[in-house]
Design a binder for this molecule. Structure first.
Ligand SMILES: NC(=O)C1=CN([C@@H]2O[C@H](COP(=O)(O)OP(=O)(O)OC[C@H]3O[C@@H](n4cnc5c(N)ncnc54)[C@H](O)[C@@H]3O)[C@@H](O)[C@H]2O)C=CC1
Ligand SMILES: O=Cc1ccc(S(=O)(=O)O)cc1
Length: 478
């Protein structure tokens, strides 16, 4: 299976001949896929100049032309869906069906923003005679965007699509672990006819890139999807240069399971949701906090369904869960499971690596996890479900809100009274009741507390990339 040649894309030209900063591996068998050229300081300076030049062209491109460009790019993504899905599975490991699904998700973002771009109205403020007062919504300027390896297409697509729709240019620093997908995406947008310099792609040493780009006066806004730790670093760099930052960071989603629900049935649903993308997703349900009366049924249903999932290479027919994306995650999950076991947690299923080649870990459900286990505080970002019994909804909510993060949360209840209270009191950016659904392009996504700042998607999709300019105009002759 062919893997693309990785390059930097600056001012509409691919650059391959730079010393490698990383070697991409297939997480399924640890084989080498190819080197990633790393941007030097001169390349970053070149990208900044290109983004500045591109911005001056793109901000004056009428919204309907920007929307057309995004629609042409969606057509190319659809045309290349199998090819891009294959690259995602090769370098990230998720099952091919999920890789193809990620292409559909990316397309939905571009389609949504193409439409939003035509609706980014300003306002007219009521004024007296010979006065006009209005608020214009203008593109904020060149954007520095940082994206992770777990959603190597949808995260770049979401950020680039909203920025381009708003009239901004972008320097994208995509994850070095999954660069092939980012290259394929950028190629689609370039082939759709984007003017030179409007979208640039770099790889390299992450801290060098973020420090250089964020400090540059060219960059006017920063966006990251990644860990809380990196989010705080970039927020500090942005604050030092007085630039806004849109930060989609980690979670540790609680799932409240109330009295009177069918515990076994919720457990089966939990297995599918938890093990999707091997748990490597920020919205992944993680802390399963169940009322004592349904707890045993829930754990049994969860463990039985998780334990029978088919784990293997993402291209193999019928595989439901692929490997972890890299050796770091395998080591991290192993350490979290061993720590929880040592503190008294029971293994309901899994709890071990699978095979010796590839980063496979068994879908794991731990029961009666003590609250002081590391996994109860650290986002596992892997196929690990943590079950805890509680005596009341109130106790469960206290536990759910106890962490410093608040991204996604889930609750299962047949009580309208409890649902209302959960909705009001749970500290999260996205709450799902009685299912494990997650938001699409049409709803805002983001967190509270340390899970980040700002929202992507929905009616707010373009907001972070626009600023309001208030114009007060006297029409009296002077
Ligand atoms: N919210 C999300 O979607 C993601 C969350 N994570 C969280 O992060 C934890 C650690 O995973 P890692 O792979 O180490 O993720 P990370 O947050 O360190 O890396 C995510 C992205 O940020 C970039 N990055 C890292 N340091 C940077 C810096 N100083 N400046 C600019 N960019 C930088 C990386 O190259 C990558 O593209 C995971 O366990 C998970 O909890 C990781 C990936 C995605
Ligand atoms: O894991 C976090 C995550 C997953 C998906 C997306 S996106 O909405 O598809 O960009 C963002 C963050």
């Amino acid at each position: 299976m062919t893997y693309p040649r990785i390059g930097l894309f600056i001012d509409s030209r691919w650059i391959h001949d730079r010393p490698p900063c990383h070697d991409v591996r297939n997480p399924s068998d640890e084989s080498m896929l190819g080197p990633v050229p790393g941007a030097g300081l001169q390349d970053l300076e070149h990208a900044l100049q290109a983004a500045q030049k591109g911005f001056l062209v793109w901000r004056d491109t009428p919204p309907h032309e920007r929307a057309q460009l995004l629609r042409r790019a969606t057509a190319l993504l659809k045309e290349r869906q199998d090819e891009i899905g294959r690259i995602i599975t090769l370098e990230q490991g998720k099952p091919f069906g999920d890789g193809r699904g990620e292409v559909d998700r990316a397309i939905s973002f571009l389609e949504w923003d193409a439409a939003e771009c035509l609706r980014s109205y300003g306002t007219v403020i009521p004024s007296g005679p010979q006065q006009q007062r209005m608020v214009l919504r203008q593109p904020i300027g060149p954007v520095a965007a940082f994206t992770p390896w777990n959603v190597p297409l949808s995260s770049p697509a979401r950020k680039v699509s909203a920025a381009l729709a708003a009239g901004c240019s972008v320097i994208l620093k995509a994850a070095e672990e999954t660069p092939g997908t980012a290259c394929a995406f950028v190629q689609c947008v370039a082939d759709a006819g984007l003017p030179p310099g409007v979208l640039n792609l770099v790889f390299g040493e992450p801290s060098k890139i973020s420090t250089t780009l964020i400090a540059s006066p060219v960059i006017r806004m920063v966006t990251l999807t990644g860990s809380v730790q990196v989010g705080k670093q970039l927020a500090q760099l942005a604050a030092a240069a007085m630039k806004p930052a849109l930060l989609e960071l980690g979670g540790h989603a609680p799932v409240l399971i109330g009295e009177g629900v069918d515990g076994a049935s919720v457990g089966r649903m939990a297995a599918a949701a938890k093990m999707r993308m091997a748990g490597q997703i920020c919205a992944s349900p993680t802390r399963f906090i169940a009322h004592r009366s349904v707890y045993e049924d829930f754990v049994a249903g969860f463990a039985q369904a998780a334990g029978t999932l088919s784990v293997g290479d993402g291209f193999a027919p019928g595989v439901q869960m692929g490997p972890l994306a890299n050796g770091r995650r395998l080591a991290a999950i192993h350490a979290l499971v061993e720590d929880a076991k040592a503190r008294g947690a029971g293994v309901a299923t899994g709890g071990h690596r699978i095979g010796e080649r590839g980063y496979f870990y068994a879908p794991t459900v731990l029961a009666d996890v003590p609250l002081d286990a590391d996994a109860m505080m650290t986002e596992p970002f892997g196929p690990l479900g943590l079950c805890v019994p509680v005596e009341s909804l109130y106790e469960g909510m206290e536990l759910a809100n106890a962490l410093s993060v608040g991204l996604s949360a889930y609750a299962f209840t047949n009580s309208l009274h409890d649902a209302e209270r959960i909705t009001r009191e749970l500290e999260c950016g996205v709450l799902t009741l009685n299912s494990f659904a997650t938001p699409g392009a049409d709803a805002p996504f983001g967190g509270v507390k340390e899970s980040g700042i700002g929202r992507e998607g929905g009616a707010e999709s373009l907001d972070a990339y626009l600023f309001s300019k208030t114009v007060l105009q006297s029409t009296a002759r002077i």
